[in-house]
Design a binder for this molecule. Structure first.
Ligand code: UDX
Length: 455
């Protein structure tokens, strides 16, 4: 760490794994540049403070009932947390901003800014009322964040139901999504979010800056357009895990036995499968995935989160004789040390839901993908992977054993797979250059440090 610069930054992550990892990584980056760090967090999905002894953690109540904590409906969670957390967050922040320590009477460090997730709707007016500059950390790809404000309009224009002939049309306002992708994003659950989007847009425009875990090399056009749209400083500091690994901010304990198991496999032979921290699937979808993997005859490492198969605890519904067949070729775990897995020489492909973090982690390790998006931004990330960067094969929403087996064979055994592998290697190198001294991510990070030091 550099010498302390006498400034403190307050971070307030949204309590979902995909939001906590980038925020904790940002905390590590800022701490390494001399800032002191305070993380305000909800009791629900609290980060493990003991993993970060150099940061101060302050817990606020979130008012969620046990049933609400178990919901798989992210949009409902966003609504509830925004309703319940405003007042405790205000109290906590107001206390932190007192210039003198209430116990010792000593002068406190100056607080330079608040950095929180765009999902917190109340943060901007609150920070403004306390005269505290606020920056927004966004965990989506830049083009998703920039364009998703158009979704309520697309819903009004009745993209549903689609004619067969228009399924494959690109949506001009949300390139490179296809109309069929947009119709999947616009489900009943996301309708709950429509009233929020306008607010998020206004609140972001009123903020003192917007931070993305992306870089010019991945998102150049969208970044220039976002600079025009938002008219606030924008920092694309690169895929966050490239600075510091995310394992210490994992909410679940990674099963480390994955690594010795991978050590026994041949180079680039294993297909790694994970659907991130939010997606849930049905029992029959699980069976299609496991049979597709087994029938491909490639070794596989499959993550099935506890509670992610609806109506079951874990994988107890897979009959024993089928488990025996799966165990001949594969390993199933509850949570993996994903970044170490993707780095491993034995990994040859990643069947992913295309959350933004998983997508960039795969690019940074040059692991080609099979895209199985389920919700929201995952559809856009998957289109970039398959249609723009051409570093993966899209399953087009078909959770079917034959499709999965076929995609694995195309990726792992056929010449098409070799071409994809070459392209992702080039993309990895391009992204890697953004971290060099004059690289875009490195410069953007320096600009961010200057911005929050003198704000
Ligand atoms: C959610 C949304 O699904 C995603 O679309 C959005 O971009 C961010 O919020 P999540 O489902 O958690 O994210 O996916 P992703 O963004 O890929 O993040 C998952 C993180 O968990 C990654 O950093 C990954 O390395 C980690 N992970 C995942 C593990 O460490 N172990 C696992 O077994 C699975």
């Amino acid at each position: 760490m550099e010498k302390s610069n006498g400034l403190r930054v307050i971070l307030f992550p949204f309590p979902l794994q995909g939001c906590i990892n980038p925020m904790i990584q940002l905390a590590k980056i800022l701490h390494s540049r001399g800032f002191s760090i305070t993380v305000i967090h909800t009791r629900f999905n609290a980060p493990k403070a003991s993993n970060h002894p150099l940061f101060t953690f302050l817990e606020i109540p979130d008012g969620l009932s046990e049933t609400e904590k178990r919901t798989n409906n992210t949009k409902l969670l966003i609504t509830l947390l925004n309703r319940n957390c405003e007042s405790p967050f205000r109290d906590c922040l107001t206390k932190l901003l007192q210039p003198l320590d209430s116990e010792t009477g000593d002068e406190k460090q100056r607080i330079s800014c608040l950095i929180d997730d765009s999902g917190w709707m109340f943060a901007q007016p609150l920070a403004q009322s306390l005269k505290l500059p606020r920056l927004v950390l966004n965990t989506y790809q830049v083009s998703f964040f920039r364009n998703h404000f158009v979704l309520p309009k697309l819903r009004r224009e009745m993209y549903l139901p689609l004619q067969d002939s228009e399924q494959e049309d690109r949506v001009q306002e949300f390139w490179p999504l296809l109309k069929k992708d947009v119709s999947r994003i616009l489900d009943v659950e996301t309708e709950l979010l429509d009233p929020f989007l306008d607010k998020v847009l206004k609140m972001t425009k009123a903020s003192s800056g917007l931070i993305f875990m992306s870089c010019e090399e991945l998102d150049q056009d969208s970044l220039s357009q976002a600079r025009e749209d938002f008219e606030i400083p924008i920092f694309a500091i690169g895929p966050s895990h490239s600075h510091f690994p995310a394992s210490s901010s994992s909410l679940s304990t990674p099963d480390e036995t994955c690594i010795p198991w991978l050590d026994k496999q041949e180079d680039k032979s294993v297909i790694y499968v994970s659907l991130g921290s939010i997606v849930t699937i049905s029992e029959s979808e699980l069976m299609e995935i496991v049979w597709g993997l087994r029938n491909s005859d490639q070794p596989f490492l499959l993550v099935v989160r506890v509670g992610s198969v609806r109506g079951t605890e874990w994988i107890e519904t897979i009959p024993e004789e089928i488990m025996e067949r799966l165990n001949e070729k594969g390993k199933i775990v509850k949570w993996a040390p994903q970044q170490d897995v993707l780095k491993h020489r034995a990994i040859g492909g990643f069947l992913t839901h295309n959350g933004w973090s998983s997508t960039v982690e795969s690019v940074c390790e040059a692991v080609p993908m099979i895209c199985l998006p389920f919700r929201w931004d995952q559809w856009l990330n998957a289109r970039f992977v398959s249609d723009v960067w051409m570093v993966g094969i899209h399953l087009e929403g078909r959770v079917e054993r034959n499709e999965i087996e076929r995609a694995i064979r195309r990726l792992m055994l056929e010449t098409e797979g070799e071409a994809i592998r070459e392209r992702i290697q080039l993309l990895k190198e391009k992204v890697g250059r953004s971290f060099e001294q004059n690289g875009s991510a490195n410069q953007s990070l320096q600009n961010l440090i200057d911005h929050i030091s003198f704000i």
